[in-house]
Design a protein around this ligand. Structure first.
Ligand SMILES: [Zn+2]
Length: 419
């Protein structure tokens, strides 16, 4: 098992490095001129900013990749998790019992992981995003967010972790089915809690004040047969200049949220077209399909975990000595979360492909319920505001891109709009 792990890790590293180097090279090669199709609409300055932003982030990603791979090896084959476990076990198991020991192990692992990630996150926010004019976070807001995030994580994460650990120990051979059901219920609960309780802790949501825009949006939703419980504007500009719009929640919590940064940049017809695209995702049942896929994948994941956690070889392969006098469920969870993504990475292109197909469908829907030319100009503005490159490496884009490259996407929209 450890051999397959090392092989997958190395292969993944080589693949990621190869893809990123291709992307950097391709973007640099096309930095000097705006592609012909965009020459009239995108200024050279914006094109070069996008190229530089892409290259800086790709290089940063490569450094981070080297670091996180070393940490992963440290946790697993080099005995880090075993060491942490021995220490937490010693400190908690006798005195506070098996559940407290297991939860302490999870908390300690998450804390250490967050501390290791912290310098990278800070550099990304306060150096890269800052340099390109996207960051709006102040230190005060950053610390405030971090504290709140920690409290929310504890309040929500600890009970669900405790429940799943308890099921692992008490629900018999098919505990993984019960745990899966619990996990799915938890996800549905979050879908309701996120827009109504969690997101408002971090951002202000106000009803859309612009009457003309409101009428326009409500007209579109009526035409598409879509009922949402509210239209909201979120103060996304507090943290970042990147713009966005989204739907969230379901049932009574369903709502449309516009970032203020998006409304500041797009005119009424463009906002309508972007929203029509989002409605397209709903009408084509993409959201439902994604949820069902996620449910199926996690069922397979829990079944695999159910099998692995009962194999001593699973622990020993990653240099972890299973506990003799306490449950190993928290250990199994952590090992599983460390090891499985190494193998899961190879499925990335499949997920990207399905996602891009959905985007084309949503665009086509938007073109029939709003104006294609408005969608095209909105996408181009958002692309420019997010400094997305117009000249990605084709192989890189096929592998990673959840949205079609701008040229393909606009090409499809405009061909439909002029038909
Ligand atoms: Zn979309």
């Amino acid at each position: 098992m450890s051999l397959a792990f090392v092989a997958a890790l190395l292969l993944g590293l080589m693949l990621k490095t190869w893809l990123s180097s291709r992307q950097i090279r391709h973007v640099m090669q096309h930095r000097s001129a705006v592609p012909a199709a965009f020459a009239a609409t995108v200024p050279l300055e914006a094109h070069q900013k996008a190229a530089d932003y892409t290259v800086v982030r790709s290089r940063f990603g490569l450094l981070n990749l080297a670091f996180s791979s070393a940490i992963l090896l440290g946790w697993t084959l080099l005995g880090g998790l075993d060491l942490l476990n021995a220490w937490i076990y010693e400190a908690t198991a006798q005195r506070f019992g098996p559940m407290a020991y297991q939860l302490s192990l999870l908390i300690a692992f998450v804390l250490i992981g967050s501390l290791l990630d912290l310098p990278w996150e800070l550099y990304n926010t306060f150096n890269i995003e800052q340099r390109f004019g996207f960051n709006r976070l102040t230190w005060k807001l950053y610390l405030n967010d971090a504290l709140k995030g920690m409290v929310v994580g504890l309040v929500i994460g600890l009970p669900i972790a405790a429940l799943i650990l308890w099921l692992m120990g008490a629900a018999g051979r098919f505990w993984w089915l019960w745990a899966w059901g619990t996990w799915m219920g938890f996800n549905l609960l979050i879908l309701v809690l996120y827009p109504t309780v969690i997101a408002p802790l971090f951002n202000k949501f106000e009803p859309l004040p612009d009457e003309a825009l409101k009428n326009r949006v409500e007209g579109l939703m009526a035409r598409c047969g879509f009922a949402a419980k509210g239209l909201f504007v979120m103060d996304g500009s507090r943290r970042s200049a990147h713009g966005n719009a989204y739907f969230t929640g379901f049932g009574p919590a369903k709502r449309v949220v516009f970032f203020d940064t998006l409304l500041a940049r797009l005119n009424g017809p463009e906002v309508e077209a972007v929203l029509a695209h989002e409605l397209g995702h709903f009408k084509h049942k993409h959201v439902l399909k994604r949820m069902v896929t996620m449910f199926a994948i996690s069922l397979a994941g829990f079944a695999l975990l159910g099998w692995l956690s009962s194999q001593p070889g699973f622990y020993l392969a990653f240099a972890v000595r299973p506990n003799m006098a306490a449950p190993n469920d928290a250990l199994a969870l952590l090992l599983f979360m460390l090891v499985v993504p190494v193998f899961g990475f190879f499925f990335t292109p499949l997920g990207s492909l399905m996602s891009r197909r959905d985007e084309f469908q949503a665009d086509a829907y938007a073109c029939t319920h709003a104006r294609g030319s408005d969608l095209a100009s909105a996408l181009l503005k958002l692309h420019e505001d997010n400094a997305g490159t117009l000249t990605p490496d084709p192989v890189f884009a096929r592998f990673y891109y959840s949205h079609p490259p701008a040229s393909e996407r606009l090409g499809a929209i405009l061909s439909q709009a002029t038909r």
